[in-house]
Design a protein around this ligand. Sequence first.
Ligand SMILES: Cc1cc2nc3c(=O)[nH]c(=O)nc-3n(C[C@H](O)[C@H](O)[C@H](O)COP(=O)(O)OP(=O)(O)OC[C@H]3O[C@@H](n4cnc5c(N)ncnc54)[C@H](O)[C@@H]3O)c2cc1C
Length: 323
Amino acid sequence: MKTLSLKSILSLQENVPLAMYTTLKVGGPARYFVIAKNTDEMVSAVQEAHSAGVSVVVIGGGSNVLVSDLGFSGLVVIAKNDHVQAQGAHIIAEAGAVLARVSRVAYGSGLSGLEFGVGIPGSVGGAVVGNASNFIGAAKDVVHEVLALDEKGKTRALSNAECRFWYRHSVFKEKPWIVLQVTFALAEKPKGEIKARMDEITVYKKKTQKTKYPTSGCMFKNPRLETAETRAHAESKGLGEGIRYSEDMECETVPLRVLLEKLNMKGFQIGGIAISESNANFLENRGGATAEDVIMMMSVIKQKVRDHFGIQLFDEVQMIGFK
Ligand SMILES: Cc1cc2nc3c(=O)[nH]c(=O)nc-3n(C[C@H](O)[C@H](O)[C@H](O)COP(=O)(O)OP(=O)(O)OC[C@H]3O[C@@H](n4cnc5c(N)ncnc54)[C@H](O)[C@@H]3O)c2cc1C
């Protein structure tokens, strides 16, 4: 194992349990660990790790990750750089800023486009990496520019097109680049209208995602029904009513929670992990869940969905520390 000598990282810690930095509350320790309170600290931590040949992962809100029980053998940087400012019709937010807070800053400035963010846990960085979205908006619709750190330790500004946004996808899932700061381009609107959209998503989330247990939200992406054959197959399996067009995915889909409801999988439990009664695409940590429980559960779900509906599922949650 490589030894890290991060002289300039004053707050470097070792063997820090990561479970408390994830919303699912699962996972082993980070060999090296730092909380970056500002962008300079984030950059120097990542650059030092790169030059020491140590792998790095940045975590924002930890609401879309599964950390292995063995933890991560490199450096974990927790993004707490969270400065946010309005500049004309732009909001400039550092990667560690909580997305819902940035949405509220936009609202306070009479700027529309980030209303969707009140319903999504986590940071601005995480939202850009996974192109976070819901039925009222998506990161891809409002990102104007991303300031990132590349694998050579250089900062670069990426346009919206260069971010290569797609359903739950961006260039940051293709390359080991770190999101440092994001500029959102928004539109001026009456505050009442902005508030109404924020309330709409809040009410929807309260109704459809009631859980008192730790969770990391949707574990799988919704399946794409791109061809007439896949659509016909889904219909023949009794999924007709669930089929809808997703603007986000630019094709038809059946929400995964519908598939799992049809399979009567709500409440199904392996070890400490269970399928939520409220949203069947959510896994809940009912107490003492391990990453191994989660992996077993995900395998069972994938197999059942494949066997019954002929649909292959793909992970939405990002894996950390699995070799
Ligand atoms: C209750 C609940 C509801 C949810 N609802 C939605 C929803 O409606 N829509 C939706 O899209 N998602 C939803 N999610 C999933 C999650 O909230 C989003 O994916 C969110 O954008 C993740 O942000 P984060 O900061 O928590 O990312 P993290 O979980 O911290 O990280 C996710 C990935 O991004 C990487 N990453 C994070 N920050 C950076 C950075 N600065 N630079 C480079 N890489 C980085 C991490 O390494 C990891 O690979 C939900 C989750 C929960 C728990």
